[in-house]
Design a binder for this molecule. Structure first.
Ligand code: ADP
Ligand code: MG
Length: 318
């Protein structure tokens, strides 16, 4: 069961896609990209629109490759397949992203964890070969899970302890949305939306001078049914939820793709989804995943302590 995520934060494009930019009237232009296992939609208006969208598309494909752990030639794969303890030069961008991921782990008390890769594979979520692993199998994998097994080395190198592998799936799209924002800015885009499948960035409000409207999926209902609408002019909005990607076992049990790093099991909490709204895409993506793991009490406590973002929690109680 895949990719309802693309519909997750469906964008309600209020108003027409007509003129923008005052006297130098331009059309709102849009492209669709399939990358990072999801459908992405980008719209832009004002500035060098075509160049911006072309650069954005190239950048998405570049990041899809660079951050993938299923492509053999990616820097992530090189790191994952190196012998334990060997420093691997992953380049500045990836090292910085891993460093941020480690910071998110520390801030969320381990709820956010990029080292769940082998556990995620054991459940078949990475390869779409879903199965329920034995407890004994998970018990063998869990000792290699945890941010303490990732080491930032000299220069732009990183090393992993033996048996540890990383998966940046919970921040890759958020990071990509930050890069989209930078590209839009470089090209002088005045209005736009970047929807990277559940990771949305809105820029400059809509063409009527109003905030963009971002639909928040009602996780208890079918794709496209909304729990509510967020209005924002310039913000990143990210939603994580178990309903995005899951597996129903022959006995009817539903196993979803966000895992509790403490147990190696899919998260079971009182939350159906977490939406985060803030001014940084990578942080929004990390927090939406982490706060989903924490459950509603943990998420509220985290918000009170850390601040710097807004959130919508949809509980199992609706
Ligand atoms: P999506 O990428 O589907 O929009 P998320 O951003 O919430 O959703 O990321 C979920 C992905 O991150 C999973 O598919 C898995 O690869 C990985 N993951 C699962 N549990 C965790 C966790 N607790 N911390 C970090 N990454 C996780
Ligand atoms: Mg995430």
């Amino acid at each position: 069961m895949k990719r309802l995520g693309a519909l997750l934060a469906s964008l309600l494009l209020a108003g027409s896609l007509t003129a923008c930019g005052g006297t130098a009237a331009q059309e709102m232009q849009s492209i669709q990209v399939f990358a990072m296992d999801t459908v992405m939609g980008l719209r832009a208006c004002g500035g060098e629109t075509e160049a911006a969208l072309a650069a954005a598309e190239d950048e998405i494909y570049r990041l899809d490759e660079a951050l993938s752990r299923t492509r053999e030639d990616s820097a992530v794969s090189r790191l994952n397949s190196a012998a334990g303890g060997t420093p691997v030069d992953v380049g500045e961008e990836l090292r910085d992203l891993i460093a941020r991921a480690l910071d998110f782990s520390a801030a969320t008390d381990g709820a956010f964890d990029i080292t769940l890769a082998p556990v995620s594979s054991a459940w078949g979520f990475t390869e779409d070969t879903y199965r329920v692993p034995e407890d004994a199998e998970l018990a063998l994998l869990l000792p290699c899970v945890g941010a303490e097994h990732v080491h930032l080395e000299e220069g732009t190198a990183v090393s992993l302890d033996q048996g540890t592998q990383i998966d940046l799936g919970a921040i890759a799209k958020g990071y990509a949305s930050d890069r989209m924002a930078a590209i839009y800015q470089e090209h002088g885009i005045t209005h736009g939306i970047v929807d990277l499948g559940g990771n949305t960035w809105v820029c400059g409000g809509n063409l009527e001078g109003e905030p963009w409207q971002i639909g928040i999926q009602d996780p208890a209902r079918s794709a496209g049914a909304l729990a509510g609408i967020l209005e924002a002019s310039d913000a990143f909005a990210v939603t994580s939820g178990g309903y995005q990607r899951y597996y129903t076992a022959p006995d009817g049990t539903v196993y979803q793709h966000i895992l509790d790093p403490k147990t190696g099991y899919p998260v079971e909490s009182d939350l159906l989804s977490v939406s985060i709204l803030c001014d940084n895409g990578t942080m929004a993506d990390a927090y939406s995943t982490a706060l989903y793991v924490m459950g509603s009490a943990g998420a509220q406590a985290f918000w009170r302590t850390h601040g710097g973002f807004e959130m919508i929690l949809i509980t199992t109680a609706g």
